[in-house]
Write a protein that binds this ligand. Structure first.
Ligand SMILES: *Cc1c(COP(=O)(O)O)cnc(C)c1O
Ligand SMILES: [Zn+2]
Length: 403
């Protein structure tokens, strides 16, 4: 086998794929690739169509028949105008909204649901702020599995809710926030009632490592100085860092980037822990932000994310809802890229990192925008004004254009 599951807390190793937490200590499990057993080089990946499965040698599955819809292969867009405004030499946006269901969650689900099928699971489940449920609902439909999604009632963006409902998942709104919903799914998973596809699932996070693999390939195997990621449950920033480490340890890249986490002011346990030099977070019982995808008070992957940020020499910062919404608008109007509020946190955060001198003006920066703007049309319509209708005559229209 080219991988084992390794406990993040006690370091024990297991080669039983049905585990979702450490049987010794209850800690999180991570896929540890056995680099000696993997024979790859840059050219292994170069001739292939860009996407998650272009990196199949680095994925923890043993099937030739994955549950897939061409996920990954998202654009790494140069954003010179926005970069200049924010004061960095080279800004790229890795736009994960281009995935099949509109968020990076698809990278995890194609691997996670493939593993669920491999394991013979019948019911898959997750707690979700929205995108995880949209993605799992779609991949479960494709695999013919029963899917249950638990959502914090009233706090899920419209587009995501529509997706989960329409793909035929059992959508269960719960009275409580994301963290409460996740606690329930974890308990059901421990009892073997459902297969859990939250970011405690090590296979899912392996799929998300491909964000790092793709960035390196798209930059002709050069490594960015800094990678900026919005942080909710903190799985993604941990996975992306691990992805860079994989390539480094395989000898495919010879440098590592610094990892920067961005949270909302109203949900920022990771930022607090980084600032105070703490080993673990203090959960926030009442997270609140317009960026519902990162409205999480007790990130399950906190320990890994703190490690990623510290080991890489990065930093973390919080941004206000106002800063998030104005960054969202700037990215849309300056660069033509429409992302949801949580994704715009990376742009708002970059501005602060530059102001605080954490990121230098002459550096090459990648901001990961995590989900598509159409996911959350309601938030957008609150800040945009729809003009009154007019008569369709050329003079009126010309006047309006000139205004
Ligand atoms: C899930 C999600 C996040 C947060 O990712 P974590 O892995 O939970 O930190 C950020 N933005 C969007 C759009 C998401 O869907
Ligand atoms: Zn353990």
């Amino acid at each position: 086998m080219h991988y084992v599951l390794e406990c993040v807390e006690c370091g024990s190793e297991f080669d039983d794929d049905s585990l979702v937490r450490c049987p010794e200590c209850g800690g999180l499990l991570e896929v540890a690739l056995r680099y000696d057993e993997i024979e790859v080089s840059r050219s292994t990946f170069e001739g292939r169509r860009l996407g998650v499965w272009a990196f199949r040698e680095l994925l923890p599955v043993n099937t030739d028949d994955p549950v897939t819809m061409s996920e990954g292969g998202t654009g790494l867009h140069p954003c010179p105008r926005l970069g200049e405004e924010l004061g960095v030499r080279e800004l790229f946006v890795k736009n994960e909204g281009e995935n099949p269901t509109g968020s990076f969650k698809d990278r995890g689900m194609t691997v996670g649901v493939t593993k669920a099928v491999e394991l013979g699971a019948e019911v898959v489940a997750c707690a979700s702020t929205g995108n995880t449920s949209a993605s799992l609902a779609a991949y479960a439909a494709r695999a013919g599995l029963t899917c249950a999604v638990l959502l914090p009632a009233g706090k899920v963006a419209l587009g995501k809710l529509a997706q989960a409902l329409f793909h035929g998942a059992r959508v269960i709104p719960v009275n409580g926030n994301f963290d409460d919903a996740l606690d329930v799914v974890k308990k059901l998973a421990d009892e073997g009632i459902v297969y859990i596809l939250n970011s405690v699932n090590p296979f899912r996070l392996s799929g998300q490592r491909t964000i790092a693999y793709e960035i390196c390939l798209q930059l002709d195997w050069e490594v960015p100085d800094a990678v900026v990621v919005p942080v909710g449950n903190a799985g993604n920033i941990s996975a992306i860092w691990q992805g860079f480490l994989d390539l480094y340890r395989l000898g495919i890249i010879d440098e590592l980037p610094r990892m920067y986490g961005v949270q909302a002011e109203g949900a920022r346990p990771i930022v607090e822990a980084i600032r105070r030099g703490k080993e673990d977070i203090e959960p926030d019982p009442e997270p609140e932000t317009v960026a519902t995808a990162i409205r999480i008070g007790n990130p399950v992957n906190a320990i890994k994310a703190l490690r990623a940020i510290r080991c890489s020499g990065g930093w973390a910062v919080e941004v206000s809802d106002e800063e998030i919404l104005s960054a969202q608008r700037e990215l849309a109007t300056r660069e033509g890229i429409f992302v949801e509020p949580a994704s715009a946190a990376s742009i708002a955060g970059l501005r602060k990192f530059v102001e605080e001198g954490e990121i230098d003006a002459d550096e090459r920066v990648v901001c990961v925008t995590t989900g598509h703007g159409l996911k959350d049309p309601e938030t957008v319509m609150e800040v945009c004004e729809l003009p009154e209708p007019v008569e369709p005559d050329p003079e009126t229209i010309q006047r309006l254009i000139a205004e």
